[in-house]
Design a protein around this ligand. Structure first.
Ligand SMILES: Cc1ncc(COP(=O)(O)O)c(C=O)c1O
Length: 358
């Protein structure tokens, strides 16, 4: 399939943000977007890059009613000499197709998906900010577009990719978060869609995260749905513990989103000869290990922040401080090493960089 490009007219080009420190996250969108349609007869067709703008959708369009919508989140980085990279985009492409399968949506050919990403980023390359830590956030999305009521898989879909320049996550250095353990609400249950990037998962998380925020906490620490004793994820990130010098993270098993950063962190730590284990830990074990000094670091991992240190955990009406509320050495080392790979500094031992040729 050939991607048709319809560039915006010069007078419709938006001004690029001048102050990169004010970019924030997801507030500004670039001049163009990628769009492509699917129906049963033609499969995916008419891929094109068009001026960024609103869609006109019938109020009966199925995505408004039954939540058949999935998305991805990834970034493009500008390194030295204006070299442009993505970080392991093939993992996001594969995960989008896994989400699609689970939600009865059509997969996108991985090679074509990659071509669409690279073509769009090339068109929008001047929107990739320059400062270290800044990036161009990439949001591929798929929605059901059949106009009908009644719950069934849609017979038509729209796939689009939009781009947003985003600021450095830690302009003033790490800020350890305060997290709140929810044992009243759960994010995912076995047999559900917790391992997919389904839009409905995020809607379902809002009540607990609002409650946590109202009580002065940054994120929710989600426990497993069946026993409500074992941490699974934190906010919209995976979670890691440094326990007796071993890096521990909960095993996937269907209720946890298989994070690209989660996998990268485990591989990097193993390459340092650090012991890495995927195993369940209960909150009681964690609190006891904290009190006896065996649990030294807790951090969240994800595309947005790479790693986000946890300074305090609220569990059953008590606040538990971690590592004196400051950032531990493993957290810091992982952050530094992954940033170097993302920005094209030094070696790429795992071949994680996907270069975007000008
Ligand atoms: C629920 C959830 N868990 C974990 C992650 C981290 O995944 P990744 O490392 O691929 O960004 C995300 C972010 O995409 C998420 O939404």
């Amino acid at each position: 399939m050939e991607i048709t490009i319809h560039p915006v007219t010069p007078e419709r080009r938006k001004p690029k943000p001048v102050d990169e420190s004010a970019l924030g996250f997801g507030k500004i969108f670039t001049d163009h977007m990628f769009v492509m349609h699917h129906d049963a007869e033609r499969g995916w067709h008419d891929p094109s890059i068009v001026p960024y703008g609103p869609f006109s959708l019938d109020p009966g369009t199925m995505c408004f009613h039954y939540g058949q919508e999935i998305f991805e989140g990834m970034k493009a980085y500008r390194g030295e000499n204006d070299n442009l990279f993505m970080f392991r985009p093939e993992k996001n492409i594969a995960r989008m197709n896994q989400s699609a399968e689970r939600l009865c949506m059509p997969p996108v050919d991985p090679d074509f998906f990659m071509e669409a990403l690279k073509t769009l980023i090339r068109v929008e390359k001047d929107w990739i900010p320059h400062g270290r830590g800044t990036s161009l956030y990439i949001r591929p999305t798929m929605i059901a577009t059949e106009v009908a009521l009644g719950v069934h898989p849609s017979n038509a879909y729209l796939f689009f990719i939009i781009l947003s320049p985003v600021g450095a996550y830690y302009p003033e250095g790490f800020n350890p978060t305060r997290i709140y353990v929810s044992d009243s609400f759960v994010r995912a249950c076995p047999g559900g869609v917790g391992n997919c990037k389904a839009a409905g998962n995020y809607a379902a998380s809002l009540y607990a995260s609002t409650e946590a925020s109202n009580q002065g906490y940054t994120q929710v620490l989600w426990l497993d749905a069946l026993t409500r004793t074992c941490p699974e994820e934190v906010g919209t990130s995976n979670i890691f513990f440094v326990l007796d010098g071993t890096l521990v993270t909960p095993p996937l098993g269907g209720t946890i989103l298989p994070g690209v950063m989660r996998d990268s962190i485990m591989r990097l730590a193993r390459s340092w000869d650090m012991n890495v284990e995927e195993r369940r830990l209960s909150m009681d074990d964690l609190i006891e290990s904290l009190n006896t000094g065996r649990l030294t670091e807790v951090f969240a991992s994800g595309t947005a922040a790479v790693v986000s240190p946890v300074g305090l955990i609220r569990y059953r009406d008590r606040d538990h401080e971690i590592n004196g509320g400051s950032v531990g050495p493993v957290t810091r080392r992982l952050y530094d090493e992954i940033l170097k790979i993302q920005y094209g500094e030094g070696d790429d031992p795992f071949e994680w960089r996907a270069r975007i040729d000008p």
